[in-house]
Design a protein around this ligand. Sequence first.
Ligand code: UD1
Length: 310
Amino acid sequence: MSNYLVTGGAGFIGSNLTELLLTDSKNTVTIVDDLSMGLRENIPDSDRVTFYEHSITDHDFMSRLLIDGKFDYIVLLAAIASVADSVERPYATHLVNQEANLSMLETLRTHQITFKKLYFSSSAAVYGDSPALPKAETMAVKPLTQYAVDKFATEREVLNYGRLYNMPVVCTRFFNVYGPKQNPKSPYSGVLSIMMDALKADKPFTFFGDGEQTRDFIYVGDVVRAIRGLLETPSARDDVFNVANGQQTSLNQVAKELEKLTGKTLHATYQEPRLGDIRDSYAQVDKLDQFDFMPHTPLAEGLAKYVASV
Ligand code: UD1
C-alpha cells in the first residue's frame, strides 16, 4: 500500500496519473489543486482519493499537509502550464512554478520528513531555441521565458535538495503531452486540445506562424507510466529524464492526421508567431529507455485514442 500526494491532480497529467495509481487497489491519492486549469470532474470518484481545492502557494496549508500526510510518494505536477501564459504573467508564474515548490522542499528539509521518492515535472522549454536537435539531457540549457526559467530553477533545486540533504528525488522534462482530459478551454491550452476542440465544434483554429513549427508529441498514457516507473524504481534518482516520443512532427502534419481521423476540415487562420515560442523541438529518449516502463505509442495510434475519447 502506498500513499501518494499529487499536486495538480485535477489537471491533465495529474488526473491521468491518479487514475493509473488507483488501478492498484491498495494505493491512496491525496490531490491538491486550485482548479485554475484542472477540472473537478477529472478527479476519480473513489474513497481512496482525498481532494483539497487549494493553491500550492499557501505555504502554511502545504506545510501542514506534508507534516501530517505521511506520504510515501510526493508528485509535483501543479503548475501554470503554458509558456505563453507565463509571458503574460511572469511573477504569478514564478510564485506557482518555483517558489511554492521550493517552499515544500524547505518544509521537507526542516521537518526531516521521510518519503520514498519526490518527483518534479520540468519541461523541454528549458532547452530554448538552440538549433541542435534532438535535445539531450546533457545539452546546455537556454531558458527563454519565465516558464522555462522557473522549470529549470526548480528542477535544479529539487536535485540539489536530493544531493545535499539526502532526499530521494527524480525529475523529468516533458515534451508536448496530448490526450484525454486536456482542458481545451483556455487560449493557453495545449495546441492539440485546441485543435481538436476546433475540429469538433467547427470553430476556426489559429496557427501562430506558418504551422511548420515542430514538436515532439507524446501520449499522456505513456507519460503517466513513465512517472510511475520513475517513482517506483529506486535506482532512478537524483537525475532528470526527457519524456517524449523521440519524433519530430510539425503542427501542419498533426492537423492533417486529425482531419483524417475526424473526417472534418480545419478552418485555419494564421497569425504572427507567439512571443516566447520556440520553433523546433524534439527529444533524444535513450536515457529513459534504459528502463522499459514507458511505451512509445505511435502518434497516429495516440491521436486515434484521443479522438475516440472526446
Ligand atoms: C508545451 C506545454 C508546456 C510544456 C512544453 C514542453 C501546454 C499548454 N504547454 O509548451 O507545459 O512544458 O510543451 O515542450 O501544454 N499554437 C498554435 N495555435 C494555438 C496554440 C498553440 O499555433 O491555438 C502553437 C504555438 O504557437 C506553438 C505550438 O503550437 O508554436 C505549441 O504550443 P503549446 O501547445 O502552447 O505548447 P508549448 O509552448 O510547446
